[in-house]
Design a protein around this ligand. Structure first.
Ligand SMILES: Nc1nc2c(ncn2[C@@H]2O[C@H](COP(=O)(O)OP(=O)(O)O)[C@@H](O)[C@H]2O)c(=O)[nH]1
Ligand SMILES: [Mg+2]
Length: 195
């Protein structure tokens, strides 16, 4: 898909700050620092529209990116930040729940995991939560550039097993660094949006 115009349409702390439900939305969930913002930047060919950070735990907001007035990527707050307090975790769960329960235009949630490591317990919980909410469960396994090609098969298999994924085509190994599978990721997006 060719993208002409994109904006960070809204940064929302609360429900009353969400944009209208006039466009379909694809949300990105995952551990903080896993590469959610980088995934968005790569797909839309921007260096840093979606703010990336080497400091984990930074994004506390829901960021709505408007792509050509056709759809939105929604960068959800990350989880699993080691220094998160109990209140942080409650705030996080509240923010995610509020979004999910109030968004009839949400068409899919991509779970972003780290290709290098086995999915964490929180990844597994999030994945089940995504499936329970009726989404198909697309997984973006990012940072493949950090692993030797000869080891890719092994890492992919471990992710599929840990998340108990039946349909292998649901996992997209990805890299924001070398753009591995950028086209495939776009294809998925277009498929989901019926473009
Ligand atoms: N090598 C490599 N680094 C990445 C990749 N994706 C993200 N990063 C780095 O990981 C860090 C966190 O990325 P970010 O997109 O901010 O993660 P977020 O918290 O999930 O939004 C940043 O330093 C990125 O440059 C990737 O595919 N390959
Ligand atoms: Mg981010």
């Amino acid at each position: 898909m060719k993208v002409n115009n994109l904006t960070l349409e809204k940064v929302a702390f609360r429900k009353d700050q969400y944009p209208g439900m006039n466009l379909p939305e694809i949300a990105l969930a995952g551990r903080s620092n896993v590469g959610k913002s980088s995934f968005i930047n790569t797909l839309i060919n921007r260096k840093n529209l979606a703010r990336t950070s080497s400091q984990p735990g930074k994004t506390r907001t829901l960021n709505f990116y408007n792509i050509d007035e056709k759809f939105r990527f929604v960068d959800l707050p990350g989880y699993g930040y080691a220094k998160a307090s109990k209140k942080d975790r409650q705030d996080w769960a509240g923010a995610i729940n509020t979004y999910l329960q109030n968004r009839s235009n949400l068409v899919e949630i991509f779970l972003v995991v780290d290709f290098r490591h086995d999915p964490t317990e929180l990844d597994q919980i999030m994945y089940n939560f995504i499936l329970e909410n009726g989404f198909s469960g697309i997984v973006i396994a990012t940072k493949t550039d950090k692993i030797k090609k000869s080891q890719h098969g092994k890492h992919l298999k471990r992710i599929i097993e840990a998340l108990r994924i039946e349909d292998k085509s649901k996992v997209i190994p990805f890299s924001a660094q070398d753009k591995n599978n950028k086209d495939l990721a776009w294809k998925k997006v277009e498929e989901i949006l019926n473009f």
